[in-house]
Design a protein around this ligand. Sequence first.
Ligand code: GDP
Ligand code: MG
Length: 296
Amino acid sequence: MFKSGFVSIIGAPNVGKSTLLNALLQQKVAITSPKPQTTRYKIKGVLHLPDAQIIFVDTPGIHEASIPYNKYMVQLAIETLQEVDLILLMIEPFPKGLEDGRYIVHTYLRTITQKPAILLINKVDKIAKPQLLPIIDEFNKLYSFKAFIPISALKKAGLDDVLKEILQYLPEGPRYYPEDLITDQTERQIVAEIIREKIINRTRDEIPYSVAVTVEEFKEIPEKDMLYISSIIHVERDSQKGIIIGKKGQKLKSIGQAAREELELIFGKKLYLDLFVRVQPYWRRDPRTWTKLGLK
Ligand code: GDP
Ligand code: MG
């Protein structure tokens, strides 16, 4: 019997979702062009197993929303959660991580009914085992999780348990994607997302949500066997532009360097990355700009 299905990994920023995804996909992030499929799913990664295909779905960031675009994203996330076969909620076993976890259970999981969910407690390499029990106990009371799995995505510990549990909740189904398809994002989307991720990880408060990234140029420089990429970081206000650029350009430099390193690994090539910051006043309030910024 072949099993297949959609699995969403949700959690606060920095809990280790990408690390887990890369570990599960074993770095097999081969890039292919997009395929016409259900556009409802924002597919990040497909894991091909002999008897199963697991499609991991990323959801928009989890935060309180009052601004139109953020509402749209949260709506998208809730819709996505309603359509997947299984939800993996990842938390960190530290005070702030637990607080984020509770918030997500209350605002997300509880709005989704009858959906199996598994709690992944990541970064257990940083805590002592006895600390796990009270956490499991608390979250068990908050929601009827199917399983509680302590893991270390970084050290690749507990990943077999994760796969074993996922397989239990996957329905019988077809091979949705050909075996060489690991992700259905375009190269430009991957570049934009990675740059955005580096910004999110380096900024706070409103900034992560005020940023949109577009890729203007993506080309080979054959004589140097390099890629040239230029990209615009759109923010809503002048003050945000200043924050992204940072003192003496340090912030932008660090964003660019981190993005370049990761993109070089993905594309297997050296690359030159040009980043520009531009103010697109209050784009989150204006649905017409969402299309222009590649957000809809
Ligand atoms: P995401 O925002 O949820 O996708 O988080 P990332 O995957 O980008 O990880 C955020 C940070 O946590 C990175 O510095 C990771 O190296 C680190 N990290 C992820 N998993 C683990 C883990 O199991 N143990 C430890 N100690 N760090 C981890
Ligand atoms: Mg990530």
